[in-house]
Write a protein that binds this ligand. Structure first.
Ligand SMILES: [Zn+2]
Ligand SMILES: [Zn+2]
Length: 376
């Protein structure tokens, strides 16, 4: 058997990813018992955590990696500074890796944090060793190379990291509390906690959770991970619709990044927020349910009859969805048409209501059938 040599360790990364957590779990409790943290120290820790986590999610991920919306200069500058504070590499490196992750998801060699290489590799292992064997070529982030903020952050990354992680917490602590107290919580502990919350999206969100939109890759939707990452846990949706500025698409889905970006759009700080159409989303979900229902039906007695039943219901539901979506477009157009007679408008409205009712009916019938399959 050929001996597989391990890729060489990267010393700076070992320091940040291994030594810092050790320092955090020893120094923070030691300081808590020997000196004690004030409420101000804790509030700074939380504030730094919220700002940096949001900057990774809204900036590094949805803005730069996926171009899911446009943002005002001030917003981009803010995300560049505070995303850099998470010490997850520069925007350019992060986005390049992330675009490869989506393009080659689960591929052992080409997905930089491939979940098929196990929890540890996708969580941290990929960063600690030089698996690439050389610098990134940035050929998949040419658009970002043209962005002056991205390039400014790339050039002054180390300075930014040192100022935001060390100098600023020390200064805030020195002015309003104790320098070491704020540094340990807003600098050190916050950094380690945010690291692992973010890394969970590459590891756990490819292992643990549901797959409502696709089982073509290992990504999962997971509410707990969404809570820890301000909305990034709806990862199965995200891998199906990566250009969408939302990850949790229902209004009640816990996706604070989406809420902030929406509020920003009302005051002109963000614009051109991209969304997948409702039809695309509904079709993806239905197709997944259809695949599962067929798999279940194939194992039942009278499998052929059940399969036929599933196929028929699926086809009918699909037609109802498409008719409704097409008509919805027409109806919106007609609303803009001033010349349209009132009667004609009323007819269109009624037709739209009928189609919507049909979608509801087909959905109920579909759920009834899938419930029957599960009960047999
Ligand atoms: Zn992923
Ligand atoms: Zn992504």
């Amino acid at each position: 058997m050929k001996h597989m040599e391990k890729a060489p360790l990267m010393p700076t990364r070992v320091f940040v990813l291994v030594l810092m957590p050790i320092l955090a779990v020893t120094l923070v409790p030691y300081y808590a018992f020997s000196v004690g943290f004030s409420a101000f120290d804790w509030s700074m820790g939380v504030l730094f955590a919220v700002i940096t986590l949001h900057s990774i999610s809204a900036g590094y991920h949805r803005l730069w990696s996926h171009k899911a919306y446009h943002a005002h200069f001030a917003v981009r500058l803010f995300y560049a500074i505070w995303g850099g504070c998470t010490i997850q590499n520069t925007i350019l490196n992060w986005a390049s890796d992330h675009r490869n992750h989506h393009k080659f998801v689960d591929d052992r060699d080409r997905d930089p944090y491939s979940a098929s290489r196990g929890f540890w590799f996708s969580h941290m292992g990929w960063m600690i060793r030089d698996h690439k064997g050389g610098p990134d070529d940035f050929s998949n982030v040419k658009d970002l190379v043209r962005d002056p903020i991205v390039m400014w952050q790339h050039k002054y990354y180390i300075e930014l990291v040192l100022v935001t992680n060390i100098a600023l917490p020390l200064l805030i602590g020195y002015l309003f509390s104790t320098a070491l107290g704020v540094f340990l919580l807003a600098g050190l502990l916050r950094l380690v906690v945010i690291h692992h919350f973010t890394f969970f999206i590459n590891s756990l969100a490819h292992i643990w959770g549901s797959q409502p939109y696709s089982d073509g890759n290992s990504s999962r939707d997971n509410l707990i991970l969404a809570v820890l990452t301000f909305g990034e846990g709806y990862h199965n949706y995200h891998h199906s619709f990566q250009g969408d500025y939302r990850n949790g698409i229902r209004w009640w889905h816990y996706d604070p990044t989406k809420w902030v970006l929406t509020v920003f759009s009302w005051i002109g700080l963000t614009s051109r927020l991209k969304r997948a159409s409702q039809l695309q989303v509904e079709k993806a979900r239905l197709e997944m349910q259809y695949k599962r229902a067929l798999r279940q039906a194939e194992h039942l007695q009278e499998a052929a009859r059940w399969c036929h039943h599933v196929e028929e219901r699926y086809a009918q539901f699909l037609v109802a969805l498409e008719e409704w979506a097409t008509f919805k477009q027409e109806w919106y157009q007609s609303k803009k048409n001033e010349l349209l007679a009132t009667l004609e408008r009323a007819e269109l409205k009624q037709r739209y209501a009928e189609l919507k009712k049909n979608v509801k009916f087909q959905r109920q019938e579909w759920h009834l059938l899938t419930a029957q399959l599960a009960a047999v």
